[in-house]
Design a protein around this ligand. Sequence first.
Ligand SMILES: [Fe+2]
Length: 410
Amino acid sequence: MFGLGCLSEAGAHASSLNLSRVALYTDKGISASDHVDKVQASLIQAGIDVVIYDDVAVEPTDESFKAAAKFAQEGKFDGFISVGGGSVIDTCKAANLYATYPAEFLTYVNAPVGDGQPVPGPLKPHIACPTTAGTGSEATGIAVFDLLSMKAKTGIASLHMKPTLGLVDPLVTHTLPKNIIAATAFDVLSHALESLTARPFSQFAKPETAKGRPYAQGGNPFSDIVAKEALTIVGKYIVPAVTDTDNHDAREKLMWASSLAGIAFGQAGCHLPHGMSYAVSGLVKDFRPEGYPQGAPIVPHGMSVILNAPSVFRLTGVHAPERHLTAYKCLGGTHEAGPSEAGDAIAEQLIDMMKSTGIPNGLQGVGYSTSDLDKLTDGAFPQKRLMNLAPCPIERSDLHQLFAGAMSYW
Ligand SMILES: [Fe+2]
């Protein structure tokens, strides 16, 4: 569901799903916002019993997922509502899963970290209400978290985890600080660009059983269409949405692109910029960007993704030049680049957009130096699921080189 003010329809949609008692998941940064008030009031008006859970962690972990699941199990809810960014929506997916099909935590977690068991069946209804124009989590069946014991980012992925309904209300973008708009829009951009350049589904072996089919299947004709549209929108609107805080139209367009890109990468999957981002955000030193809570240091997700992207696409351009050139054109590139220039063309286009929107100058801009290259490489290399979707085989030495290339751009 997409439209200005649609958060106020949460109660009506919950009623039509026959819900009578729901858990509303959010985090402490959002719980006092108008968005939660609006959704809660709409649910109450529809005669629905609402219990709020606002202990969602900004970077969820297995511990915070387990706590959220315990709340879901004990509360005897017949449905779930999430109001927040990707962390909140992902946490709500996991809580719904473990409340509906209780199991040891690692049962459904992606192999090889977890057992990778398929989710047994449909979950309870979940209405997702995103409050940023970034993750597209309302459109995917993926929940990402940090497994504390292994210091690794991993996730749970299943079609059954996809929310029943997303209420995508572009009004939420009007009040977001410009740095948050920039970081989340680059997350959208990279979801779309990684989907468009992901290894095609036709290059993977056919799974032996239907249940063995992976959630992200590689690039395919449907994800291509959706990714191109998302790229075109972000290319046109990212700079005005960041530089002119009153340009509501540009911000609303990014919200639409966010859902489109979520649909694209939910089908195709992401690859190197996201795989590398987990090391960039996980090893954060002392970076505290403006517009974000000033407690713990953080490299916001979209920023940790896009800092790697120009370096990645310079390498991958040669392996799928037409797709990189298509993306370059969608993003507004006008130079008549040939196939051998595809990677550089898209990289330069991204760098221009990063400069225009206040993104730091590469990994050095968020506190890393060349002495961190080994640690960054070690942190990202185990992300096999994402590495396998790159358009070319990736060895450890390639990854090292990609991080080196991402240190600074201008
Ligand atoms: Fe992302």
